[in-house]
Design a protein around this ligand. Structure first.
Ligand code: GLN
Length: 194
C-alpha cells in the first residue's frame, strides 16, 4: 500500500483522507518536515490558499515542500492546492506566495461573486467511463498553460480546470466531495510509478 499524506494545516483534509483510504492507501496527515519526509505522495486540499501559504511558511514547510516537488514527489492539489502548485498566480492577496511546480498561471476566485459555486460535468483526458461530476467552490481557473504542463479538462467555454505535469496533478474543482475517485487513483498511480 502506498503511504501518502494530506497537507493538513487548513482545508478539506478529511474528505481527501477518506477517498485515499477508500482506495487502499495508507494515509497520514502532514504538518511538519519529518512527516513530509515519511510519505511517498502528497495531496494539498482545497481551502484558502493564502492561509495555507501563510501557515506553510510559519511551520517551516515552504522550503521542504518546494524541495520535495523539485525532486519529483507526486503531488495532487485541488482548488487552493492547485493555486499553491502554480508557478504563477493572479489575484494574490497579502503577499501570498506559491510553492510552484506546475508551469501554469492560475487566477484566484475566477468565477465572480454571483456564481461562487457551481457543479458541472467534465470530460477528462485519459479517463474512461462517465464524465466527472465537478464541484467548483470559489474556484480558480487556469488562464495559461505553459509548454511543460498539459491541460486535462476544460469547461465548455474552453477555460482549463485540470492540469498535469510529470508527477504533479491539479484540479480547480473538488472531486473529493462528489464521490469521484479517478483523480485520486491517477495520483496513486503516479505514487506507485515514482
Ligand atoms: N478561493 C480559494 C483560494 O483562493 C480556493 C477555494 C477552494 O479551495 N475551494 O484559496
Amino acid at each position: 500500500h502506498p503511504r501518502v499524506g494530506v497537507f493538513a494545516l487548513q482545508g478539506d483534509v478529511r474528505e481527501h483522507a477518506r477517498v485515499l483510504t477508500g482506495l487502499g492507501a495508507e494515509v497520514s496527515l502532514v504538518r511538519r518536515p519529518d512527516e513530509l519526509a515519511a510519505v511517498q505522495g502528497l495531496v494539498i486540499p482545497g481551502g484558502e490558499s493564502s492561509v495555507i501559504d501563510k501557515l506553510a511558511r510559519a511551520f517551516g514547510m515552504q522550503g521542504p515542500l518546494r524541495q520535495a516537488i523539485a525532486s519529483g514527489l507526486p503531488v495532487y492539489g485541488t482548488c487552493a492546492g492547485l493555486i499553491l502548485l502554480a508557478d504563477r498566480i493572479t489575484g494574490a492577496i497579502d503577499g501570498q506566495e506559491t510553492l510552484g511546480g506546475l508551469d501554469v498561471t492560475v487566477a484566484r476566485n475566477a468565477f465572480g461573486s454571483q456564481v461562487d459555486s457551481f457543479e458541472t460535468e467534465l470530460a477528462v483526458a485519459g479517463f474512461d467511463g462517465p464524465p466527472v461530476h465537478a464541484a467548483f467552490i470559489r474556484a480558480p481557473l487556469v488562464t495559461e498553460v505553459g509548454p511543460r504542463a498539459t491541460a486535462l479538462a476544460a469547461l465548455s467555454d474552453g477555460g482549463v480546470v485540470a492540469v498535469a505535469q510529470g508527477a504533479l496533478l491539479g484540479t480547480a474543482f473538488h472531486p473529493e466531495v462528489s464521490g469521484e475517485t479517478r483523480f485520486h487513483e491517477l495520483f496513486l498511480q503516479n505514487v506507485r510509478a515514482a
